[in-house]
Design a protein around this ligand. Structure first.
Ligand code: FEO
Length: 392
């Protein structure tokens, strides 16, 4: 059953407690998620977004308990990705002529996925839809994070339906951000930003400033994943502004993989060197073969510098490092420094290759890198400590 948010707006989404992987295997969601859909009952009845495909029948059945589907005047599709549009085919079987409001790119993405010619109404930034006492205003937000994305603003109730923006992959029995553990909430929010929105930080920054300049009163920010921002809803907007401006904390993250623990020992000695010079900096050592990659990317996003280590194997480096470097490159992070390190037995190409990859990913290389032959002896351990001290 739905949960009432305001006099006119009811949450009719699906909380997915068991979601552990998202975007295939790309994003781990250990806290689950939700697909938030909102039903507005003014003089007109409006449904904003739906739920992910596996829950389509459950979504429509629950919606029927809330309202006679034939009373829905308009559907708004803020974003065509399947986690929000997946229940459309099941819903449109029941109400095939109901207009679907979305961007022109939204039509392309929905048609591209479902191959149906529903009654689409394309909208642009500033277009409005009067639904009685309230008016809905559409705000295109292309590449946040698909070309089709838009936000919908409802006046009188002062709600920004922001779709993926300001969301978190967090399943909760609660509806609102202030009702959940704040540390978990912010970790999930920054993880979401780092993994989904970071590549589009410049666009996000511009869009947020554009929305702030509209001076819209905002009482609620209702994203399509996780909890709704109600108490001081702009707190998450301020965070997004921070995160979208070359964000970094006083943190150095050391990523490594290791075959026989030699590169791990180097990582630990380097960390010791950093700490010798700087007691304040947060140092995180993450073995990329063992750590969750979504968490690793979040730590990279928070860092002012990363150090990446791998032994040389078959004239290259280990696959967990290759995978994470590819993912890091995709985030298009700016204003971050990096260097490489690793052990080797005879050829030792890994450090140079990793350095090159880090350069291509946009990192400022602060050191040519540290290579150590075989198992670190006392001399090499001291070199690692010195490397860490210099880095710090
Ligand atoms: Fe939550 Fe881009 O879909």
């Amino acid at each position: 059953m739905g949960k009432k948010i305001t006099e006119k707006v009811t949450w009719v989404g699906k909380v997915d407690w068991e979601l552990k992987k998202f975007h295939g295997d790309e994003y781990t969601t250990d806290k689950g998620s939700s697909y938030n859909s909102y039903l507005i009952r003014d003089e007109k009845t409006v449904l904003i977004d739906t739920a992910w495909l596996p829950y389509d029948k459950e979504f429509v059945a629950n919606l029927k308990k809330e309202i006679d589907l034939n009373k829905i005047d308009y559907i708004i599709c803020n974003h065509g990705e399947v986690d929000h549009s997946g229940s459309l085919p099941e819903l449109m079987r029941e109400i095939p002529n109901t207009p679907i409001y979305c961007t022109a790119n939204g039509i392309k993405s929905i048609q591209g996925q479902y191959h149906r010619n529903w009654n689409f109404i394309p909208v642009k930034t500033g277009d409005t839809l009067n639904i009685g006492e309230s008016t809905l205003t559409f705000i295109e937000a292309p590449m946040l994070h698909w070309p089709d994305t838009m936000f919908t603003y409802m006046d009188k109730e002062n709600i920004l339906f922001s779709n993926d923006g300001f969301g978190q992959h967090l399943a909760s029995e609660h509806l609102y951000a202030h009702e959940v553990d704040q540390a978990v909430l912010y970790q999930e929010a920054i993880k979401y930003y780092a993994n989904i929105l970071a590549p589009f930080s410049m666009i996000a920054n511009r869009k947020i400033k554009e929305i702030l300049a509209m001076n819209l009163p905002i009482d609620l920010i209702a994203p399509s994943h996780g909890v709704i921002w109600k108490q001081k809803p702009t707190q998450i907007v301020e965070k997004y502004l921070e995160w979208s401006e070359n964000y970094q904390e006083n943190q150095i993250t050391i990523l490594y993989d290791t075959m026989w623990n030699d590169t791990r020992k180097m990582a630990e000695m380097i960390a010791k060197g950093i700490q010798n010079k700087d007691k304040q900096v947060t140092i995180k050592l993450l073995n990329t073969a063992k750590e969750d990659k979504t968490e690793v990317l979040t730590e990279v996003f928070k860092s002012k510098m990363i150090l990446v280590g791998s032994p040389t194997v078959n004239n290259g480096y280990l696959y967990s490092i290759a995978g994470i470097l590819e993912m890091i490159k995709g985030l298009k992070l700016k204003n971050k420094k990096a260097a490489a390190f690793g052990s080797y037995g005879w050829s030792g190409e890994a450090v140079g290759q990793i350095t090159q990859k880090l350069k291509e990913a946009g990192f400022e290389i602060v050191n040519d890198g540290l290579k150590a032959m075989w198992t670190p002896n006392q001399v090499v351990k001291e070199q690692c400590i010195k490397f860490g001290e210099e880095i710090a």
